[in-house]
Design a protein around this ligand. Structure first.
Ligand code: PA5
Length: 474
């Protein structure tokens, strides 16, 4: 859907950072003068990030602009998938799963898979992002593989979890469908390297490519996320348009008008003051898994042992997901009265897609009756504002990102906003935002434990690790 400029402006995602400022939050906060003192740092982050757009591992910045042809192919494939299956299952993990999950939750019915077929208008959707054998058995108990199309997603084509799932499912498909098995598997992977591309060619699978400069956690706006979204009936062109719109805003050189830069600066300065935890707290079930996606983006991108010059820095800020209002009854006590080590980011929705009136019913019990006549919309909004206020008066840094409504345009904006913020803060911290040596370490140890060729030395290293003492297992 092509949106006009007035509609686009009315759906602009905005950052409210008042409660990061001394005026509101007291001593813990910042003054505008302090922020201005870091204008040079913002300029540096801006120049490096903008100069590297589309280069190296910053290929993701161009995804809103350079996929016209691929988007048409995705839409055509999605139509075919919708017509020919009852279930669509993503096999992938990390960046190859969290984006599809987040967008599904944000833009589809909250009980999509439970809707009757006539109301669903898209296949049931599952993302298998683990190798828990119980989960695999459970999946196979609720889907008929012959009525299912699978999308195996792995950029490296070497991730044990994803390839394990692929092997199991492909064997089942072949045993049941023979030659036709290939019609039930779509591969999304790197065109140049890795094993999945080789397998996909041999098996004759429909294949989508993950561009070289797009790492897993920055891949939601390429075929990794776009194909599952299109299969679910999500308007992917509008989502990309939202990303484009936010990109323009985040290209503003003035950090005071650039929400990605301002937010990056505030988080950067907070980290310097020992705020080592970033809590992402959406006040909407639809945005629950955006918080999961953010946790990977923030954690894997910023958690680095060394800076670009190789100095040991142990950088990072631990991301934590929290759901409003649910976690008010679980986490907010800690956020309000615990250590001063957190920055809370609220995700606020101005217009929920449903309105529910609270029924009249307890005229004689004032402590319950005050709710009557209000809406759930008013209640959730009041609770968000109240939590924000409670944190602020206790001197707890917090800021709010407002979404006028949850739709393709605003979700595209939100994803791009967080990606740009991550890129900017990565430059401020002077780290490689796009590698993940820590993840590779675990992957290599797994290969060694399972006897993969070429990992003999690692296997030896693991075998020589100090044996665990029985008396420490109690
Ligand atoms: O952000 C990343 O690059 C990682 O988290 C990957 O997405 C994850 O390890 C899965 O990798 P792959 O897509 O190669 O299977």
């Amino acid at each position: 859907m092509r949106l006009n400029n007035v509609t686009r402006e009315s759906m602009r995602v905005k950052l409210d950072y008042n409660n990061m400022m001394k005026t509101y939050v007291g001593e813990e906060g910042f003054t505008m003068e302090e922020l201005e003192q870091h204008k040079g740092l913002c300029r540096h982050a801006y120049e490096v990030a903008q100069a590297n757009r589309g280069k190296g591992m910053m290929g993701w910045t161009e995804l809103p602009y350079n996929q016209d042809e691929i988007v048409e192919d995705i839409i055509e494939t999605a139509k075919h998938v919708r017509k020919n299956c009852e279930n669509f299952v993503v096999l992938g993990i990390g960046g190859s799963a969290l984006g599809p999950i987040a967008v599904f939750q944000a833009l589809c019915h909250l009980h999509h898979n439970d809707l009757p077929k006539s109301k669903r208008k898209a296949p049931k959707f599952y993302v298998e992002d683990n190798v828990d054998p119980e989960r695999m058995v459970a999946l196979l108990e609720v889907i008929d593989p012959e009525k299912t199309i699978f999308n195996v997603i792995t950029k490296s084509g070497a991730t044990s979890e994803t390839m394990t799932q692929y092997l199991i499912i492909m064997q089942i498909l072949k045993s049941r469908l023979g030659e036709k098995a290939k019609d039930h598997m779509i591969a999304t992977t790197s065109s140049a390297k890795g094993n999945l591309i080789k397998i996909a060619k041999e098996e004759g699978l429909k294949t989508f490519y993950i561009p070289d400069g797009v790492g897993g956690r920055f891949s939601q706006l390429c075929p990794v996320g776009l194909l599952p979204a299109a299969v679910l009936g999500i308007d992917i062109k509008t989502m990309l348009d939202g990303a484009k719109y936010m990109d323009k805003i985040c290209k503003n050189k003035d950090f005071k008008k650039n929400p990605a830069m301002m937010s990056a600066l505030l988080q950067y300065l907070s980290i310097q003051r020992g705020k080592n935890i970033s809590v992402m707290m959406p006040y909407a079930d639809s945005l629950k898994y955006i918080a999961d996606w953010y946790c990977q983006l923030w954690g894997e991108s910023l958690g680095k042992a060394v800076d670009k010059e190789g100095n040991v820095v142990y950088a990072g800020q631990t991301p934590v997901k929290s759901l409003g209002v649910t976690d008010q009854h679980s986490q907010v006590q800690l956020y309000t009265e615990g250590p001063f080590d957190k920055v809370v980011t609220f995700l606020a929705v101005e217009n929920y897609r449903a309105e529910v009136h609270i029924s009249e019913g307890c005229p004689d019990i004032p402590d319950v009756n005050f709710l009557c006549g209000h809406t759930m919309n008013e209640l959730i909004t009041a609770e968000r504002k109240a939590t924000e206020y409670a944190l602020t008066v206790k001197g707890r840094l917090n800021h709010t990102i407002y979404l006028p409504i949850v739709n393709e345009f605003t979700i595209g904006q939100l994803l791009f906003l967080f990606e740009m913020e991550t890129a900017y803060i990565g430059e401020m911290l002077n780290i490689d935002t796009y590698n993940q040596p820590g993840v590779e370490g675990g992957k290599n140890a797994t290969y060694a434990l399972l006897g993969r060729k070429g990992y003999e030395e690692k296997r030896e290293e693991l075998a020589n690790a100090p044996a665990k003492k029985a008396e420490h297992v109690i």
